[in-house]
Ligand binder design. Sequence first.
Ligand SMILES: Nc1ncnc2c1ncn2[C@@H]1O[C@H](COP(=O)(O)OP(=O)(O)O)[C@@H](O)[C@H]1O
Ligand SMILES: [Mg+2]
Length: 270
Amino acid sequence: MSTPAAEHAPGLASADGVAARARGLTKAYGSGETAVLALDSVDVDIARGRFTAVMGPSGSGKSTLMHCLAGLDSVSSGQVWLGDTEITGLKERELTRLRRDRIGFMFQSFNLIPTLNALENITLPMDIAGQRPDQKWLDQVIDTLGLRDRLRHRPSQLSGGQQQRVACARALASRPELIFADEPTGNLDSRAGLEVLGFLREAVDGLGQTVVMVTHDPGAAAHSDLVLFLGDGRLVDEMARPTAEAVLERMKRFDVIRRQHDDGAPAQGD
Ligand SMILES: Nc1ncnc2c1ncn2[C@@H]1O[C@H](COP(=O)(O)OP(=O)(O)O)[C@@H](O)[C@H]1O
Ligand SMILES: [Mg+2]
């Protein structure tokens, strides 16, 4: 059975709210002959209260898209909004405040401070900002992530999965409008990875958060509500209610372009 043709361009879903939006987002690195066009006029809406995954081959612009949407990197042209705020054109100080107050981040490396315990790591961004955490929310996050009995442990006393859960709690602590996660399971074994994906899912379903996750893993993308596919800096496709199999099949179409002399290694049944 074939899916009906999308009634809109990839990435432009009509949703009950838009957490972030980009129009004509273009990012070039370098200039002249060595210039790399990492993003080529991307239009995208990130739906509020949803879990969106961004996929694409290595070098397709996934991290750059995340960095530009999050105001971590400047754009070459185009516009980006977080909620109703246009962030392109903001001064660095305003951007810093906006990131601090409205966005949560998770990265492949957990980026925890080794000398601080889990709780101190979780509240560090708010401590730096001079904000007091909403204790009820913080408790809910800590319990949702199953970190209650690990709060006094330092990162070195935690497993990789637990460290990433702390990083997840840190991203959630200030109840940001939007959480960006770049390959959050990239340093985890599959079991710990599954656990973290489950918690991101729960952050959306149970806590009403909005999550954008960059990944190259079809199994990870299958936990999302919508997968956006990037190819050579363009948004080329989207898939709602993804399964790992369907995402893998879609990704293979990128591989066909890349691998001309594939010997046809078995991909089925393990
Ligand atoms: N700081 C940078 N300087 C120069 N080129 C970069 C930089 N960051 C990314 N690129 C290039 O931009 C393209 C997209 O990179 P990236 O967004 O990291 O892709 P992905 O996350 O999908 O692997 C790649 O060709 C990459 O080499
Ligand atoms: Mg990347």
